[in-house]
Design a protein around this ligand. Structure first.
Ligand SMILES: Cc1cc2nc3c(=O)[nH]c(=O)nc-3n(C[C@H](O)[C@H](O)[C@H](O)COP(=O)(O)OP(=O)(O)OC[C@H]3O[C@@H](n4cnc5c(N)ncnc54)[C@H](O)[C@@H]3O)c2cc1C
Ligand SMILES: *[C@@H]1O[C@H](CO)[C@@H](O)[C@H](O)[C@H]1NC(C)=O
Length: 341
């Protein structure tokens, strides 16, 4: 059999990370990324890219923790390499504050991030309206740089990238042996998944280089996430809204909320407003499926539905998707299990 041909649909953080893992686990595969949008036009470009997991109610916690750990380890290595600035990966320390002590004082990811501990009384003085807080150091992926860096690595590994809107995964069966669905919220239409819904998020990206620490309101929606060049201010969580137009009232509300947490932001300049649709689901859809028409079979691997936490679990879910691609290849007619698993 010739080199197995794998198509990855989607060029957000999930599609690009998955394509990279496939080139690593299956060096003999010919990988193509097909997407209707590329950076800077994906949901992933809107995200803050902070590594703070979101909890998927439909996935066992130990699995989510493993995904996060693999992602943290992968990005931590990049942050410690000369690639860090081009990849837009950096460590950032800060505070998650609460009005009252939360039920779960230790989130499941507390021993994966660095230096997690409760805030001291002295630290809490910065937040007169909050009585409890946690401090830790985590990683942040700045986008677009991180997505562009992934694209560059993929091109260097021989991956083709084409702009193409896929109407039906079946349309790819005559050109590819396996397809990987990383369409994010696009999967709602692409595979008719009614369990997938948008959670609209509006953010501001501002110039405020004097803000160095992240701040996250553990009870609410407000966050301040400093990147290398811009600070991301958020946010909103509007379930079921498909609107991509920024709302001016929301912009003012986000800015005011962030300034009350961090008064130094009043001097922020060059405010850019962005909206993205989180591809939300009870659990990430990470599984194999075999499409079959007229006796012809076409294996698919799904990897979408990362909701509010795609950056935080990108590498863990991409590795699992690549493993599933290997399983699909092993079952192709004429295969001698050529994929190195
Ligand atoms: C405001 C906001 C802030 C966020 N902050 C964080 C954060 O700090 N940390 C974190 O971990 N997560 C965060 N997230 C969540 C994160 O952005 C998502 O989980 C992640 O971007 C999902 O990545 P994806 O690759 O699945 O989707 P996308 O980035 O949307 O990529 C999907 C790709 O599929 C393509 N596509 C779709 N349909 C088709 C089709 N039919 N044919 C061809 N191509 C198609 C699209 O063009 C796109 O390239 C945030 C999200 C928002 C909205
Ligand atoms: C992003 O969208 C803009 C506006 O539609 C378009 O001009 C640009 O070419 C797109 N960029 C990429 C990389 O597709």
């Amino acid at each position: 059999m010739a080199a197995p041909k794998v198509a990855v649909v989607g060029a957000g953080v999930i599609g690009l990370s998955t394509a990279l893992c496939i080139t690593e686990t299956c060096p003999s595969c010919s990988v193509t990324v097909l997407s209707d949008q590329f950076s800077p036009n994906t949901t992933s470009d809107v995200a803050a890219g902070m590594l703070i997991p979101h909890t998927y109610p439909g996935t066992p916690i130990h699995v989510q923790k493993q995904w996060f750990k693999e992602t943290f380890t992968f990005l931590f290595a990049i942050s410690n390499s000369p690639e860090a600035s081009e990849a837009g990966i950096h460590l950032v320390s800060g505070w998650q504050v609460f009005k009252n002590t939360p039920k779960e004082e230790l989130p499941f990811w507390s021993d994966v991030v660095l230096g997690f501990r409760p805030m001291s009384e002295a630290e809490l003085q910065k937040f007169p309206e909050h009585r409890f807080g946690q401090t830790f150091t985590t990683l942040k992926c700045d986008c677009p740089p991180y997505l562009l860096w992934l694209e560059k690595r993929l091109k260097a590994a021989g991956v083709q990238m084409h702009t193409r809107k896929v109407a039906d995964l079946w349309d790819l069966h005559s050109e590819y042996n396996v397809v990987v669905n990383c369409a994010g919220i696009g999967a709602h239409q692409l595979v008719g998944d009614e369990k997938l819904f948008p959670v609209r998020g509006q953010v501001l990206k501002v110039h405020a280089p004097w803000v160095k620490n992240f701040i996250r309101d553990g009870d609410g929606l407000t966050y301040i996430y400093p990147g290398i060049h811009r600070v991301t201010l958020g946010g909103t969580r509007e379930k079921g809204s498909w609107s991509l137009s920024p709302d001016p009232g929301t912009t003012k509300d986000i800015f005011d909320r962030c300034c009350s947490l961090e008064p130094a932001l009043r001097g922020a300049r060059d405010i850019e407003v962005k909206v993205g649709l989180r591809p939300s689901r009870r659990c990430v859809r990470l599984q194999r499926e075999v499409l079959s028409r007229g006796g012809v079979k076409f294996p698919v691997v799904h990897n979408y539905g990362h909701g509010a936490g795609g950056f935080s679990v990108q590498r863990g879910t991409a590795k699992e998707a690549a493993r599933l691609v290997g399983e699909c290849i092993a079952t192709l007619p004429g295969s001698s299990s050529r994929a190195k698993l």
